[in-house]
Design a protein around this ligand. Structure first.
Ligand code: SF4
Ligand code: SF4
Length: 133
């Protein structure tokens, strides 16, 4: 699996910026109010859906490289190369990760994405980072 978008969306309100962002049809919705479905065969890893989701409900995972990319909107940014704590959806610390880069593109509509490297077993359950002590 080359690209993987982890979908955490449970929305049952009308919403579709993710599907509208994807010209490949790799993320789509059966109806406006059901959660999106991801097709890894079509995804090229452009990250547009991740950046354009207003609910920050989409995370990009590269299992081979041990990398996770998700929106990061805090002003207080850890440095590139800084070791941070990976946390799950409840804020529990899973383990350590390293900040690899911040990704900002015109097409991302002012959303900054952060790329973090971490243990493969934590990538699918990591939902954020907190700075270490
Ligand atoms: S990363 Fe790009 S190609 Fe992949 S699902 Fe998102 S918008 Fe589509
Ligand atoms: S844009 Fe985000 S919140 Fe809206 S349906 Fe897509 S994944 Fe869910």
């Amino acid at each position: 699996m080359k690209h993987q978008i982890k979908v955490y969306c449970k929305q049952e309100i009308p919403c579709n910026p993710c599907a509208a962002s994807c010209v490949r049809g790799a993320i789509f919705k059966k109806t406006l109010t059901t959660p999106p479905i991801f097709d890894d065969e079509k995804c090229v890893g452009c990250l547009l859906c991740v950046a354009n989701c207003p609910g920050q409900a989409l995370f990009y995972i590269n299992q081979e490289k041990g990398e996770l990319i998700f929106p990061y909107e805090f002003v207080n940014r850890p440095d590139i190369g800084e070791i941070v704590n990976l946390v799950d959806e409840f804020g529990f610390i899973l383990g350590l990760g390293e900040v690899v880069e911040y990704i900002e593109k015109k097409a991302f509509n002012k959303t900054t994405l952060i790329k973090v490297k971490g243990p493969v077993e934590f990538l699918e359950i990591t939902r954020g980072i907190v700075k270490g002590e």
